[in-house]
Design a protein around this ligand. Structure first.
Ligand code: HEM
Ligand code: SF4
Ligand code: SF4
Length: 433
C-alpha cells in the first residue's frame, strides 16, 4: 500500500456535502492494485498545483494501434533540477475515452468487469461515467498500459470514442426504454449515426470536432441544442392527447386557480384554455412543444387513475418523428450558440428513415470537412458563410418552419429558485440605485 502524501489543500476539497474526487483518489491510492501509486502521485502533483497555483499537465501524442484518436495524453511536467519526475508514478496519466452503450445502460456485472479490466492491466482505477464527451473515461494509464487496457476492453466489445478534430462520441438520452416523453427510438438513431461515421471517429481528419446527440423530446436531457453540431430531437406534429377525465380529477383535487397558475398560464404560447366544466382545450397549432404541461401533469397521473391501464393526463401525439437542429456549441471563436432548426420534422419509424438521417449527416460532415476553417465548429461556419449557403451545400431547401434561434427561454438551472430570486431583486435594486 502506498503511503499518502500530506495534502492539506486537497483535503479542503473533501469538505461539504458533495462526493469528493479527492476522497476517491485517496481510496484508490490506499488500495493494493498495481496502479495505486499513480493515484497517490496524482494527488501529490495536484497538491503542488494548489500551492504553486500552476498546472503541470501537458498533452502529447499517445495512441493505440490502428486508431488516430480516443486517447487523451497527459504528461507530468513537474520535474526536479535533474529533469526527473517529482512524482514518477504519475509521470504519465493518459485517459482512454471508451464509448458507452447507447442510452448508457449497464449491468452491474459489466461495471464490475470494467473496473477489473482497468486495474488488472495497470490502470489507476479512476473512472468517470460520463464526461461531457459522453465517454466512459478510464483516467490514468501509461503509454505502455494504454494498449493492453484497450485490447482488453476491445475484446469485451467496447470501442474507443472520438478525441481531437473528429466525429466525437455520440450521446442519446435513456428515452424510449424508460421515459414516457420519448418520441423516437433514440438508441437506434444514435447507433445508426455512430456506426456510419465510426471511421471519422477513430481517425481525426476534420477541421474540428463534430458532435451528434439525440434527445427523445424537447426536454432535451442531452442538452443537444447547446452542445451538438447535429442535434436530433424527438417531437410530434399532431395533437397532444388529453385524458379529460383525469384532467378534471386533477382540477377537482388541485383547484382551478392552482391549475391556471401552474399550467394554463405558463404555456408559453397561451395555447391552453381551462373550460367551464374543468376540461381543457389545447390549441395544438400554437403549441410549440415546450413540454411544460406534459412535465407538470406527468407525476400527477398516478394519483387519479382509478383502475390501471389508463392514458396519462396529457401525452405526446401519435404522429411522432424528429427535428434536426444544427450548429450548437460552447464558447470558442464566437460565443455560445444554440443550434438552428434545419429540419423541422422528419419521420423516424423505418429503416428508410434511418438511412435518410444517415445520408443527411453524411452531407453535413462532407460539407463541414470541405468548408470549415481549422478549429471552427459547424455553428461558426454557418455564421460565417450564411445559413442559406449552408442549406444549399447540404442540399436542403429553405422552409418557413425552420427556426434560426430556438427557444429564447433561459437554460440556466435554478434549483434554488427562491434564493436566486432574492439575489435577482437585490441586484436589480443595486443597479437602479
Ligand atoms: C483539481 C484538478 C482537476 C480539475 C478541477 C479538473 C477539471 C476538469 C473538468 C471541469 C473537466 C470537464 C469535465 C467534463 O467534461 O465532464 C475535465 C475533463 C478532463 N480532465 Fe480534468 N480536472 C482536474 C484534474 C485532471 C487531471 C489530474 C487529469 C489527468 C492527468 C485530468 C484529465 C482530464 C481529462 C482527460 C478530461 C476530459 C474528460 C472528457 O472526455 O469529458 N484532469 N477536467
Ligand atoms: S429528452 Fe425527453 S425523452 Fe429523453 S429522457 Fe429526457 S424527457 Fe425523456
Ligand atoms: S407543450 Fe408547451 S406550448 Fe404546448 S400546450 Fe403544453 S405548455 Fe403549451
Amino acid at each position: 500500500m502506498a503511503e499518502l502524501y500530506n495534502t492539506p489543500n486537497l483535503d479542503e476539497l473533501e469538505n461539504g456535502p458533495w462526493p469528493s474526487f479527492v476522497t476517491g483518489l485517496k481510496r484508490l491510492a490506499s488500495d493494493s492494485h498495481a496502479g495505486a501509486e499513480m493515484a497517490r502521485d496524482v494527488l501529490g502533483t495536484l497538491e503542488t498545483s494548489y500551492v504553486t497555483k500552476k498546472g503541470y499537465w501537458k498533452g502529447g501524442t499517445v495512441g493505440v494501434i490502428g486508431y488516430g484518436g480516443g486517447i487523451i495524453p497527459r504528461f507530468n511536467e513537474l520535474k526536479d533540477d535533474k529533469g526527473e519526475y517529482k512524482f514518477p508514478a504519475a509521470g504519465e496519466f493518459h485517459t482512454l475515452r471508451v464509448q458507452p452503450p447507447a442510452g448508457m445502460h449497464y449491468t452491474s456485472t459489466l461495471l464490475r468487469d470494467m473496473c477489473d479490466m482497468f486495474v488488472d492491466n495497470g490502470g489507476s482505477g479512476l473512472i468517470a461515467l460520463h464526461g461531457q464527451s459522453g465517454d466512459i473515461m478510464l483516467q490514468g494509464a501509461t503509454e505502455e498500459t494504454t494498449q493492453t487496457i484497450f485490447n482488453t476492453f476491445n475484446d469485451y466489445g467496447f470501442d474507443l470514442g472520438g478525441a481531437g478534430p473528429a466525429v466525437r462520441t455520440g450521446m442519446s438520452c435513456v428515452g424510449a426504454s424508460r421515459c414516457e416523453m420519448s418520441n423516437v427510438n433514440e438508441q437506434a438513431v444514435l447507433r445508426t449515426l455512430v456506426n456510419a461515421f465510426l471511421d471519422d471517429m477513430h481517425r481525426p481528419a476534420l477541421p474540428y470536432k463534430m458532435k451528434f446527440k439525440v434527445s427523445g423530446c424537447s426536454n432535451d436531457c442531452m442538452n443537444t441544442v447547446q452542445r451538438a453540431d447535429f442535434a436530433v430531437i424527438g417531437t410530434w406534429r399532431d395533437d397532444i392527447k388529453v385524458n379529460q377525465y383525469l384532467w378534471q380529477s386533477m382540477v377537482a383535487d388541485k383547484g382551478r386557480s392552482y391549475v391556471v397558475d401552474n399550467i394554463i398560464s405558463r404555456c408559453p404560447t397561451s395555447a391552453m384554455t381551462l373550460n367551464e366544466d374543468d376540461s381543457v382545450t389545447i390549441d395544438n397549432k400554437n403549441c410549440v412543444k415546450c413540454m411544460h404541461c406534459l412535465n407538470v401533469t406527468s407525476p400527477l397521473t398516478h394519483k387519479y387513475i382509478a383502475k390501471g391501464d389508463v392514458e396519462p393526463i396529457l401525452a405526446t401525439g401519435d404522429d411522432k418523428g424528429v427535428m434536426i437542429i444544427m450548429g450548437g456549441k460552447r464558447t470558442l471563436k464566437i460565443g455560445d450558440l444554440f443550434g438552428s432548426v434545419v429540419v423541422p420534422f422528419m419521420k423516424m419509424d423505418t429503416a428508410d428513415n434511418l438511412e435518410e438521417i444517415e445520408n443527411l449527416a453524411g452531407e453535413v460532415i462532407d460539407f463541414f470537412a470541405e468548408n470549415a476553417l481549422e478549429h471552427e465548429r459547424t455553428g461558426e461556419m454557418i455564421e460565417r458563410i450564411g445559413v442559406v449557403n449552408f442549406l444549399e451545400g447540404i442540399g436542403l431547401n429553405v422552409d418557413p418552419n425552420m427556426v434560426n434561434s430556438t427557444r429564447t427561454s433561459s437554460y440556466v438551472r435554478m434549483d434554488t429558485w427562491d434564493e436566486e430570486a432574492i439575489k435577482w431583486f437585490e441586484n436589480k435594486a443595486e443597479v437602479s440605485a
